[in-house]
Unconditional design. Sequence first.
Length: 477
Amino acid sequence: MDFQFERRQRIAIIGGGPGGYEAALTGAQLGAEVTLVERTGVGGSAVLTDVVPSKTLIATAEAASSISEAAELGVQFFVKEDGKASKPEVAVILKAVNTRLLGLAQKQSEDMRGALDRAGVKIVTGDGRLDGVHKVVVSTGTGSKRTDFETIEADTVIVSVGASPRMLESAMPDGERILTWTQLYSLESVPEHLIVVGSGVTGAEFASAYTALGAKVTLISSRDTVLPGEDADAAKVIETVFKRNGMTVLSKSRAERVERTADGVTATLTDGRTIEGSHCLMAVGSVPNTRGLGLEDAGVQLTASGHIRVNRVARTSMPSIYAAGDCSDFLPLASVASMQGRTAVFHAMGDVVNPTEIRNVTSNIFTQPEIARVGWSQKQVEDKVVPGRIHKIPLSQNPRAKMLGIKDGFVKLISSVGSGTVIGGVVVSPKASELILPIAIAIEHRLTVDELAEAFSVYPSLSGSITDAARAMHIVR
């Protein structure tokens, strides 16, 4: 008797960042034959040069701030010299900090590679590109020029190649004085005066961190406020804190060029003003790493900016090709990349798929304090995009916040008119990234403010402000 065995589905993944990593694990879990192509290391830039090291640096900055602010809670640090007490200064050894964070990033990459190895994923080190719809060609070998080639046949291809810092000819990074956010970790000491060009998420996070680490920081913002795309109340809080902590914020200012000098940098603004600094961080956005991948030849549609067009299940214009992460035209968040990677595999292999709903995605900005948000925004309510009710509670009213010495921040809830369903929320607080989850769950499961208010929050707790806000929005029926 003849037996016919169905061939395992073959999945080729270009890029081992959060999207590619999750896609590889999911494919292996569902029984596919998975090959992952990665040129630098599993985890990609998110783990090696972006999210993991930057958030580790920010954690160190938070620790430095906590020590500096401990006196407000009645805790003081003293050393004895000649029998007398003297107050020591908080010293940040940036070389040690950077060594630690790069080590953590490398360890995270190794752990991720180990998980893929155990799952049976084949990992090929090299630069991958499409050769048609069902074939990936990988240039392998060592050195700056990879001259060996390996061909991977695939039923499904997932592109997850990420993005790189945008560079300007008028302020070209040199890796020493003019830097991108991937080059900051080569610094051996805290910059005397760091000029940050760009007040979006990346610029605001690093400006906040280096201020806490002891650097003089000047933030150049082309808009009216920092974080122009965020909740207006949240951006106002952050800018107030920045200025109170000694940061110089230049609003409605645009850098025309940045030049290296003998012992630092000079940033020239379009209005003719100049700012002298020791270093400059260029945080003016990113560009997708999609050039030279053979996408257009394979029939994959790109946006004018070079991002790959995808739908809510991460599929491109070609049915067998998917894209995940910052190279796609979806939200540029590591959590979204991971979800896209999983969703792409589920869809390709015929499993149950829940298309990603952008409004249900939580995001966080790791400034001090943090900003977390999810769902519809206050601006969308005010612009009548969606009917909603808004209630905000300052953290200064929260008993736990008082105990911790927290003065800045708030919890904001947005509910639908009539039903009272939770449709949005913003949290500005230390560890807002942890506090946003109850609101995200409420939105995902369409809970009303009354149902959210019925949950027991610990007293005293910062999360108590969430249930307090929900109670304040009770609808009498």
